[in-house]
Design a protein around this ligand. Structure first.
Ligand code: EPU
Length: 419
């Protein structure tokens, strides 16, 4: 397993270009299952999760070609309506093939994703919604078996706001008969990006960007061209890195209109920013001010940024409190940050952080994607050397993070494992 070796205590300086959003790319790739036509996608990030998704889609018979950040998908010869356990277990987003396969082919067999490091993460809302659209669903031997003649539009109110749940039901509804109303829909920009692609494919969707999506089903969808939205989590992660380690960076190819919650907190931290429509120039030359926050659905503070802001808080000048409301077990980074000399205690879903003047490098272990990113940030701010083990988590969701950080002066190196 590869490791990252980081010599902390160096200021960051230079430009970082942000990649396409993982959590937009994954559902968008699954939309390729909805049409016999061709999707020409650009700004697709180079990530393990994208590779896994393309492998999964390829197994269904979807034709896939990939050239750097461009992916072309043609769905004329899909003949295997299945997502097997060995792929689903490595990536929960595989559940996103369920809605499209069922809607277009009337059948799908998808392995149930298990729990994961950040929580139990059931998919009951995906199933409940598809049943409301008329699917017959049975669960047997760890697989979801779904069948229908033709999905029929209806009104669906999910019990909670779910991002991939909304995406699955939205994709299914585009090919259902009649009108579907999705109440309590997730408003994340990644859902909106998927909706824009679906409209380009011929879907009829109103209320895009709101919590009430109204879909008029169409008989079929066609090919389209689409550029995946810029990754807001990647952008905010690099801004946290400069807030914690100090320096002067410009991030480019970003979308500042979808970063409000993170930018508000970064201002509170003391990051000085000049903001254009697709760039942010950020400067930090003092110790961060601690920030207290709760994670919540978009447009609130994203759970996917909780760990990275906690890393900033560990070196801030004072105490802060972080409450995680979306996932029940998303504090796996706390023990590892404490190994670097942070002072964090947790009580249920709240972490209490007492900032220290200086973290000190140590060997630590990455536990999930965003926890890994937070350890990189802490290591950049720490004095001395940190070795982060199990960085395959990082590779799942960040496009060449260490290359981008090296280019702005971080002393960071990937140590390849021999096995
Ligand atoms: N939930 C249920 N039942 C369901 C669906 C969700 O109980 O059927 C619960 C979850 O267990 C969780 C909450 O509802 O407590 C919200 O989960 P959601 O379904 O919104 O999460 P997700 O769709 O599985 C996506 C992102 C996550 C991100 C969350 C929240 C993708 C591929 N994944 O997950 O991204 O944290 O939304 O914003 O879009 C990451 O990128 O590191 C990551 C984990």
């Amino acid at each position: 397993m590869d490791k990252l070796l980081i010599q902390g205590g160096h200021r960051l300086s230079g430009d970082i270009v942000i990649s396409g959003a993982k959590n937009a790319a994954l559902p968008i790739l699954c939309a390729g299952l909805l049409t016999a036509g061709t999707l020409e996608l650009s700004n697709v990030p180079n990530l393990h999760d994208v590779t896994t998704m393309l492998k999964l889609l390829g197994q269904t018979g979807l034709e896939v070609t990939q050239d750097d950040h461009r992916v072309t998908l043609t769905g004329g010869a899909i003949d295997k309506l299945e997502a097997p356990y060995d792929l689903v277990k490595t990536m929960r987003a595989s559940i996103l093939v369920l809605g499209p396969l069922l809607a277009r082919f009337g059948e799908a067999k998808v392995s149930l994703p298990g729990g994961c490091a950040i929580g139990s993460r059931p998919v009951d809302q995906h199933i409940k919604g598809l049943q409301a659209l008329g699917a017959e669903i049975t669960i047997e031997g760890g697989y979801i078996y779904a069948k229908c003649k033709k999905l029929k539009g209806t009104r669906i109110v999910t019990d909670m706001i779910t991002v991939t749940g909304t995406e699955n039901l939205l994709m299914a509804a585009t090919l259902a008969e009649g009108e579907t109303i999705l109440e309590n829909a997730a408003r994340e920009p990644e859902v909106t990006d998927l909706a824009h692609l679906l409209v380009a494919m011929g879907a009829k969707i109103e209320g895009i960007g709101t919590d009430r999506l109204v879909i008029q089903g169409v008989a079929e969808l066609h090919g389209a061209k689409h550029a995946v939205i810029s990754d807001r989590i990647e952008a905010a992660t690099f801004l946290c890195a400069v807030a914690a380690a100090g320096g002067d960076i410009t991030i480019r190819n970003t979308r500042t209109d979808i970063l409000d919650a993170a930018l508000d907190k970064l201002r509170e931290v003391g990051l000085q920013m000049e903001i254009g429509p697709d760039w942010i120039h950020a400067k930090m030359d003092r110790r961060p001010t601690p920030v207290t926050f709760r994670t919540t659905e978009y447009p609130g503070f994203p759970t996917d940024m909780q760990a990275q802001f906690m890393a900033v808080n560990t070196v801030a000048d004072g105490a802060s409190r972080v409450t995680e409301t979306i996932f029940e077990n998303r504090f796996m980074h706390v023990q590892e940050m404490n190994r670097l000399g942070a002072h964090i205690e947790t009580d249920g879903n709240t972490a209490f952080i007492q900032g220290v003047e200086q973290l000190v490098g140590a060997p630590v272990m990455a536990t999930d994607l965003r926890a890994s990113a937070s350890l990189v940030i802490a290591a950049l701010a720490a004095r001395g050397e940190t070795v982060i083990d199990r960085i395959y988590h990082l590779d799942r969701g960040y496009d060449q993070m260490e290359v981008k950080l090296s280019a702005v002066g971080a002393k960071i190196e990937r140590v390849k494992s021999s096995k």
